[in-house]
Ligand binder design. Structure first.
Ligand code: NDP
Length: 434
């Protein structure tokens, strides 16, 4: 904490991993090699830059841009860009640190990184977002490349932003280098199923955890937070598998819909109109109501899928979910559950899938997008979907078996952390002290 002051989210993420590594450090003395854990906790490179841009009235704004290149032992740095006013170095470092383990868990050749800006896209016109993205990329382009560092989307960065970023990269470098960004549009190098992948993957992970306990996701009610990319495709996959998603939310409050969320209406409001969830309740009719500022976790359900942001599910929320009989929690977002809440779930015997494992479907399909770009080809949606299902089931099995092997059966947090750690650590040891 002395070394990284005022970075509480980063400390939280590191603490959560180190807390679970004791059994593997004890069992495999080569990992106790001085410096290995210290090197893992120190990013290889951290870039902070000025992002000046002009709004539609000609006023100049100055935001701060970040890219933390955390670990490239397994492949080029890979991880999203977040545009949100809460972004600072500590937030990006926590996300980059988590990304290293998550990417290792996918079994694919990708290192870990993360970036973004404290820019707030809410209420900005397309032209303003474009100018911001162009200014952001004017600096970022020096640091990225298909073999170096491959950013993608995250909160506040979706298909529109990736388009503007890619356009500026291409213009400055004079290269058609599709593999430099993932989450591109379907017609210009994007992979089928990339928008769906994180949400679909998180539901597949929930289904795998339930299957492990002899239960089926079909027929279960679900509480989902958020109403962005991850939440929308979480709801879509829940519907497809016969479950019943009851809620969605944004920073203004949540909506509960007794008939189940009407996905077409939600997509229209969030993706087309870029509106708020209260508009959903207004237009949906009697089955839905909007609860301003409330906790979505008060809604009783069998499965919970937090899909908005970090630390959105605290111990009070966990206690409410447990009281209402929740069976499984699958983290679509990164670190949405506080450590106290995770412990409550585990004590109560709720199946808990940490984000590193449960939301890895997005980055996995990003790696498949890189593979398609490298081969200058495009796979069918069916093929990518099959790969996604296989990868999520493999991640589930790896976490489950690793946890059992290290004396923590059913503990997916320990399983995910140790399995991810082993793969990165083996590569780092083989590559020497760098
Ligand atoms: P979006 O920007 O598409 O959506 C974010 C949603 O979360 C919005 O509904 C937003 O509401 C809400 N939200 C964000 N910040 C807050 C906050 N501080 N308080 C309350 N609500 C908030 O982002 P994504 O769906 O892409 O990302 C959601 C989560 O999933 C993040 O944790 C991200 O890191 C994680 N993730 C995303 C992946 C991806 O492929 N996109 C991959 C793996 C993880 P509002 O509009 O009001 O801000």
């Amino acid at each position: 904490e002395r070394r990284n002051p005022a970075q509480p989210e980063f400390h939280q993420a590191v603490h959560e991993v180190l807390e679970t590594l004791a059994p593997v450090l004890a069992a495999r003395p080569e990992y106790a090699e001085p410096g290995l854990v210290e090197r893992l906790c120190e990013p290889e490179r951290q870039i902070i830059f000025r992002v000046p841009w002009q709004d539609d009235h000609g006023k100049v704004h100055v935001n701060r841009g970040f890219r933390v290149e955390f670990n490239s032992a397994l492949g080029p740095y890979k991880g999203g860009l977040r545009f949100h006013p809460s972004v600072n170095l500590g937030v990006i470092k926590f996300l980059g640190f988590e990304q290293v383990f998550k990417n290792a868990l996918t079994g694919l050749g990708i290192g870990g990184g993360k970036g973004g800006s404290d820019f707030d896209p809410h209420g900005r016109s397309d032209a303003e977002v474009m100018r911001f993205c162009q200014s952001f990329m004017t600096e970022l382009q020096r640091h990225i490349g298909e073999h170096t560092d491959v950013p993608a989307g995250d909160i506040g960065v979706g298909g529109r932003e990736i388009g503007y970023l890619f356009g500026q990269y291409r213009r400055i470098t004079n290269r058609w280098e599709a593999g430099v960004l993932t989450g591109k549009g379907a017609g210009w190098g994007g992979s089928a199923m990339r928008p769906e992948a994180t949400g679909y993957g998180s539901v597949l992970f929930a289904a795998a955890m339930l299957r492990e306990r002899g239960e089926d996701l079909e027929g279960q009610s679900a509480v989902v937070s958020g109403s962005g990319n991850v939440a929308i495709y979480t709801i879509e996959k829940l519907n497809a598998l016969g479950a019943n998603p009851l809620t969605c939310s944004d920073s203004s409050g949540y909506v509960v819909d007794e008939k189940g969320i009407d996905l077409e209406l939600l997509k229209q409001i969030k993706e087309v109109e870029r509106g708020r969830v209260d508009a959903y309740a207004e237009r949906r009719g009697a089955s839905a109501r909007f609860v301003p500022g409330g906790s979505v976790w008060d809604v009783p359900a069998d499965v919970a899928l937090p899909s908005a942001t970090q630390n959105e599910l605290d111990e009070n929320a966990a206690a409410a979910l447990i009281r209402n009989g929740v069976k499984a929690v699958s983290e679509g977002a990164n670190m949405p559950t506080t450590p106290e809440a995770v412990h409550l779930f585990q004590k109560a015997g709720v199946a808990f899938g940490p984000g590193k494992a449960a939301n890895a479907g997005g980055v996995a399909v990003s790696a498949l997008e890189m593979a398609q770009n490298a081969a200058r080809t495009a796979w069918s949606a069916e093929r990518v979907d099959q790969e996604l299902v296989r990868i999520m089931n493999d991640i589930h099995t790896t976490c489950h078996e690793t946890a059992a092997r290290y004396g923590a059966p059913g503990d997916y947090v320990t399983g995910a952390n140790i399995a991810g750690f082993e793969r990165v650590a083996d590569a780092m040891i083989a590559q020497g002290i760098i």
